[in-house]
Design a protein around this ligand. Structure first.
Ligand code: 15L
Length: 269
């Protein structure tokens, strides 16, 4: 029997992943501050706790084979909120995993680590300088750095997945290029879990979108990931509703899309 601890299990990605990661012989230990919907069922355990609570995190990590760390804020917030939930929270997750002897952590990083890179660089390699577009993006840079530290200093196996846009379906024209189909997201997580000793890796998480090619999938494919989803299936309906994508639209100026816009400047938060 294996036990996988999922932080942020009640969030958008967590809720999409739960049924897809369910397996005979596997317990999903679901941790969140918010209540789970649906409530924990067969093969699941629920823990209501904050990822910033070290004691709660160490005890949640007891007997765990791998942590999938999805917890924290998923969009831009004030520096104080990001510092607490995302940076201190992610430190707490890695440190709790170390203290409890968990061998592997999969960290939900984001394209916003490299959000200010531009289309002339596409497909953006994994090994580029971070150009975060928000405090949120900075927190994901910090999370990747913590993952690297815990991998190199303590021998934890850590894979940071720079997720592009993981939703049940693409929500806007940009996501026709950046969508990560939930089934592909789960496949990528399984590929990470299947690695016995991956050391430290950074991969992008995106489907094989017809309008994609924005980021390299080399590192993800090296784990055995082979995306099957394509946002093109939603393109006709979305274009009928929102019009053709205009490539000079500012949302396409940088990888990070609207996260690079001035409404997210510090004075506006
Ligand atoms: C993210 O990292 C966010 O968590 C999510 O809300 C999306 O906005 C996504 O990036 C994206 O870039 O589409």
């Amino acid at each position: 029997m294996s036990t996988i601890l999922i932080t942020g299990a009640a969030g958008g990605v967590g809720t999409l992943m739960r049924p897809r990661l369910a397996r005979d012989g596997r317990v999903l230990r679901l941790l969140d501050l918010a209540p789970l919907d649906p409530a924990a069922g067969h093969g699941e355990e629920a823990i209501q706790a904050s990822i910033t609570d070290m004691d709660a995190m160490v005890s949640a990590c007891e007997g765990v084979d791998a942590v999938i760390h999805l917890g924290g804020l998923s969009t831009e917030h004030s520096w104080e909120q990001i510092l607490d939930a995302n940076i201190n929270g992610t430190y707490t997750v890695f440190e709790a995993a170390r203290r409890a002897g968990v061998p592997k952590v999969v960290f939900a990083s984001s394209n916003h680590v490299v959000g200010f890179h531009t289309p002339d660089e596409y497909p953006l390699p994994e090994a580029v300088v971070p150009l975060p577009d928000t405090y949120y993006g900075v927190s994901k840079v910090a999370g990747e750095a913590l993952g690297a530290l815990y991998a190199k200093r303590y021998g934890l196996n850590v894979i940071s997945i720079r997720i592009l846009s993981c939703f049940a379906a693409p929500r806007d024209l940009r996501m026709l290029s950046t969508w990560l189909a939930p089934d592909d997201g789960a496949q990528l997580l399984e590929a990470c879990l299947a690695q016995e000793k991956p050391g430290y890796r950074v991969v992008y998480g995106v489907s094989d979108n017809t309008r994609g090619g924005w980021v390299s999938l080399d590192s993800a494919r090296a784990l055995g990931y082979e995306p099957l989803g394509d946002a093109e299936a939603y393109a006709a309906a979305m274009i009928a509703e929102k019009g053709e994508p205009e490539l000079d639209d500012p949302v396409f100026a940088y990888l990070g899309g609207a996260f690079t816009f001035a409404n997210l400047d510090a004075d506006n938060l």
